[in-house]
Design a protein around this ligand. Structure first.
Ligand SMILES: C[S@@+](CC[C@H](N)C(=O)[O-])C[C@H]1O[C@@H](n2cnc3c(N)ncnc32)[C@H](O)[C@@H]1O
Length: 303
């Protein structure tokens, strides 16, 4: 497992003007830029929006200021973040502060009565949630060990660990957990049951291929449309061993097509790399040029 190299550069903290704390997903990360581009194309003008994994609050500001959202609510698994998001909205969009409603406390997906109530009134539920199983999760560690001969359990957790990884074992009952989309699938199911008419707009890495992304929406009753996409550098903070193990595990007998993950050696996406090749390059040099695509997918309820 590659170890963390320390927190990436941050935007400004709301109070001090200094760097944001290390537990926040970097709001200037290319993932956020693609997501915000997609949010601007999601028809949120006048909408009541709920963000799962509200992070720094940068998207809340964006949706209120640039997308014309009427109301933005949001929660996060990390209880510190809705409070931080509230302060960021107060600082960056003071005139719109009354239109941001943080759901306080630690909220796993939309799993509290307050979160579920807010989601039930939402026109859109948006999120950029982890799509990589936690390498320190027992099941994931055993999977990687079985197919790569590596055990990551000696690795450490950076401050923003839960922004990058999700606990694989807990989502084992979700069919798309097999390709790292268990948390996304669980969220789609919860949203569908709580707000059957709301659209779901998610920021998704294309490392397991677009077909899998569209398939998880369809399998859960949504019609997916890709709004935008961009090739971004593979984050140094995220271990991609899971994807290499997935390729290895799917290498089948009998000529079937195994899973080949989608990485690139260049920012234009002209030189494809398998996950195994990408991992080898990053293991040799964490600054090696390894890229993948990120896209924003909007799912509209199929019925
Ligand atoms: C990749 S960061 C994205 C942050 C922000 N939405 C953005 O796009 O800049 C993922 C966020 O999801 C949160 N998160 C992770 N697992 C979660 C879960 N099960 N339920 C709710 N939030 C979660 C993390 O704490 C983190 O703030």
């Amino acid at each position: 497992m590659r170890t963390e190299t320390g927190p990436p550069p941050r935007g400004n903290a709301p109070d001090s003007g200094g760097p944001l704390p290390g537990f926040v997903f970097d709001p200037s990360d290319p993932w956020t830029l693609v997501f915000q581009e997609g949010l601007a194309m999601s028809g949120l003008n006048g909408a009541n929006v709920y963000e799962v994994g509200v992070g720094s609050g940068a998207n809340a500001v964006h949706m209120l200021e640039k997308c014309g959202a009427r109301l933005v609510s949001g929660s996060d698994l990390d209880a510190r973040l809705p409070l931080l998001a509230q302060r960021v909205v107060e600082r960056d969009a003071p005139g719109l502060r009354d239109r941001f409603r943080p759901v306080l406390g630690s909220v796993d997906l939309i799993g509290t009565p307050e979160a579920a109530a807010a989601v039930s009134g939402a026109d859109a539920v948006v999120g950029c949630l982890p799509q990589v199983p936690d390498p320190l999760d027992d099941r994931c560690a055993r999977f990687c060990a079985a197919f790569l001969g590596e055990d990551a359990r000696g690795g450490s957790r950076a401050d923003d660990y839960i922004a990058h990884y999700y606990p694989w074992t807990r989502f084992a009952s979700m069919p798309y957990n097999a390709v790292g989309l268990g948390l996304i699938e669980a969220l789609l199911r919860q949203v569908r049951s709580c707000a059957p008419r709301a659209q779901a707009v998610f920021n998704l890495g294309c490392r397991v291929g677009r077909e899998a992304l569209f398939a998880v929406f369809r399998a859960n009753g949504y019609r997916p449309v890709e709004l935008t996409s961009r090739i971004v550098p593979q984050s140094e903070c995220t271990d991609i061993g899971f994807f290499a193990a997935l390729e290895e595990a799917s290498r089948g007998a009998g000529g079937e097509r195994g899973i080949v993950c989608e990485f690139y050696a260049d920012p234009q996406g002209r030189s494809p790399l398998t996950a195994a090749e990408a991992k080898r390059a990053l293991d040799a040099d964490p600054a090696a040029p390894v890229f993948h695509e990120v896209c924003v997918v909007r799912g509209t309820p199929a019925t």
